[in-house]
Ligand binder design. Structure first.
Ligand code: PLP
Length: 609
């Protein structure tokens, strides 16, 4: 796996050049070069690199695919899209969404009051805003205010209670009413870990009966002219296309029925999000079974067939895909701080003139190891190791003997794994898993990859350099939280191989890809590791430009954020130190200065790397 599956998940965004992973654009800079450049300013710890052009690329391909399919099928409705803010609300990400979306009339979707305010402030007038999720009267009023400002805003009702609050605001204020959408509860359900968004027991949407009731209410209140959209969302990371087709047929027929019943203003179907991202690094574990082209084809084709059969005009299509648009733009760079198996290196062996007989036997097994005998020798070695542990517990061998035994057994297993590459037994695979070398990364999985912690969602990962050298160590990754869950393990049938590096001699960085969707705001500050430093990189023909470098919060601010008074803490620590005995005043002032420096650094580790 020399390219770490780049051809599977990389979408031609990256290339490998002279052993380094590079951005496949303009001057094709390497991630290593960019990382070093940022670190040259003194910044340490994990860094999120953002590549706005990758957001542009996804937006463009979404519109291009749909527009082509619409033309090919003589579909008469238009294609429209909004970005769901819950997927990434960070300013640098949203800025790029707005910039690249402007020429397409790309809008924003909001699911809470704070997101709504963001959407109203950032969406260009005329581009669509959709509003989903549970709402109170205040949130509904905000939608009316947005309509009053001239925004093209559609408020989606998730239940009849929300319709009542819309009616109330419409009757009591002089504000312009927004467009109204209704989320329909489909009996066909979604797929994947997030399937709860669809189906009869779904958290959201109106049943057929409620839908009819809503229409009656809208007619009675003279709001039916504002009812323009029906909406569904069958769940995120939809890996199989089949449930979407079912949902489209159901929603399409609901749309056609509502049109025939006299909902004249109704002109749009919003198919929600769910377009999946490929996270797998292994061909045999691919997650997604369709392309964007197939997705667009299915949407347009199914809707056209239903409308043609029922003699209804083709609806405008809205999508709210977020993951697909934003996942690829962000890469998490983590320095490797330590390799935990370095203790097991052959160079640490120290024999005496006479060694315990079992140790001598292990040495011999190690020397005579061949492909033909390695399974047998592994069994012997493990057996000897057990006996040697017992001897140690009983006080018969020294700590040095024990260390030699552990190293020798590791060597034997490791060599065997290498010899048996390609013909591994289940037993060897298990050994391999146990023997994964632990790479300590300067990062928090809870903060930066919460979906790994919560859902075992893997993210593509690879080193930034040495890609022209063999990576021989099967790895697992430890983060720096004090939590045994802070570890990323790899299946023996989908292992991660990393390089044998001497971190005293060189730096080694790992990059996690496709982390731009959901991870940043879902991230938890476990152990008070906060959002990493970040930077946006614009690639030009000649080189690249770093924009908006933002360092992760400093230690005092982290404490201040959860309610401590940072100036109090600073004073307290300074007083304690000032009142302790120092030999000279100069020493004291140096130490105080050093303390202050530490407190204004970010909360990640900075020694070695
Ligand atoms: C979460 C959500 C989306 C975005 O889903 P993705 O899988 O990120 O495309 C779209 N619409 C609604 C209503 C959502 O709740």
């Amino acid at each position: 796996m020399k390219d770490y599956g780049l051809g599977i998940w990389g979408n031609e965004n990256f290339i490998i050049k002279e052993g380094e992973v590079c951005i496949n654009r303009g001057s094709k800079p390497s991630l290593m070069e960019i990382t070093q450049d940022i670190r040259n300013s003194g910044l340490r710890g994990p860094i999120i690199l953002r590549f706005p052009h990758l957001i542009g690329k996804q937006i463009e391909s979404l519109y291009a695919n749909f527009e082509r399919v619409i033309e090919e099928n003589n579909y008469t409705g238009s294609f429209n899209a909004v970005f769901p803010l819950k997927v990434n609300q960070y300013p640098q990400a949203v800025k790029s969404i707005i910039k690249y979306g402007a020429s397409y009339n790309y809008g924003l979707e909001a699911g809470s009051k704070a997101e709504l305010v963001l959407a109203i402030a950032h969406t260009p007038i005329g581009s669509p805003i959709t509003v989903n999720g549970f709402k109170d009267t205040e949130m509904t009023t905000l939608c009316f205010m947005a309509a009053q400002m001239g925004h093209n805003i559609t408020i989606t009702i998730e239940g009849l209670g929300e319709l009542e609050s819309i009616i109330e605001v419409a009757n009591t204020s002089n504000l312009k009413a927004p467009n109204i959408g209704i989320r329909v509860r489909l009996h066909s359900s979604g797929s994947g870990s997030w399937a709860k968004s669809g189906g009869m027991d779904a958290k959201f949407g109106l049943t057929a009966t409620e839908l009819l009731e809503a229409i009656t209410m809208l007619q009675e209140q003279q709001l039916i002219d504002h009812f323009t959209m029906i909406h569904f969302h069958i769940g995120s990371q939809m890996e199989d296309i089949a449930p979407l087709k079912k949902a489209l047929r159901e929603a399409g027929n609901i749309y056609a029925e509502l049109k025939r019943m006299g909902s004249d203003a109704l002109n749009s179907i919003n198919i929600g999000g769910g377009l999946a991202v490929e996270y797998s690094q292994h061909e045999q574990h691919r997650l997604r079974n369709y392309s964007l082209k197939e997705f667009a084809n299915d949407v347009v084709y199914v809707l056209r067939e239903i409308m043609n059969a029922k003699g209804v005009e083709h609806p405008n299509i809205y999508t709210e895909s977020g993951r697909f648009i934003i996942a690829s733009h962000a890469i998490l760079i983590t320095p490797v701080l330590e390799l935990f198996s370095q203790d097991y290196q052959e160079k640490s062996l120290k024999f005496s003139d006479t060694n315990a007989p079992l140790i001598e036997e292990l040495r011999e097994l190690n020397n005579l190891l061949k492909q033909e005998n390695c399974i047998e020798y592994i069994h012997d070695a493990l057996d000897h190791l057990e006996s040697l542990f017992t001897l140690f517990d009983l006080g018969y061998i020294t700590l040095q003997d024990r260390s030699n035994a552990e190293i020798l057994v590791h060597q034997i297993i490791k060599k065997s794994l290498r010899m048996m590459k390609g013909s591994r037994t289940a037993e060897l695979n298990r050994l391999q898993e146990r023997l994964q070398e632990r790479y300590l990364i300067n990062s928090s999985i809870f903060q930066s990859m919460p979906d790994y912690w919560g859902l075992r969602q893997q993210f593509p990962v690879m080193p930034l350099n040495k890609l022209d050298e063999p990576a021989i160590r099967a790895a697992s990754l430890w983060d720096i939280t004090c939590d045994s869950d802070g570890e990323i393990l790899f299946n023996p049938n989908a292992p991660l191989y990393l390089h044998d590096v001497d971190l005293d001699e060189e730096e080694y960085f790992l990059a996690f890809f496709n982390i731009g969707a959901y991870q940043e705001t879902l991230g938890m500050s476990h152990n008070l590791f906060t959002h990493p430093s970040e930077c946006s990189i614009e690639i030009t023909e000649e080189g690249y430009e770093l924009h908006d470098i933002e360092e992760s919060d400093n230690i005092l601010d982290i404490l201040d954020d959860i309610g401590y008074d940072k100036s109090q803490i600073l004073i307290q620590l300074k007083n304690n130190l000032a009142n302790s005995p120092f030999t000279t005043e100069e020493e004291k002032s140096d130490t105080l200065q050093q303390l202050e420096l530490y407190l204004y650094q970010n909360g990640y580790l900075r020694t070695t790397n």
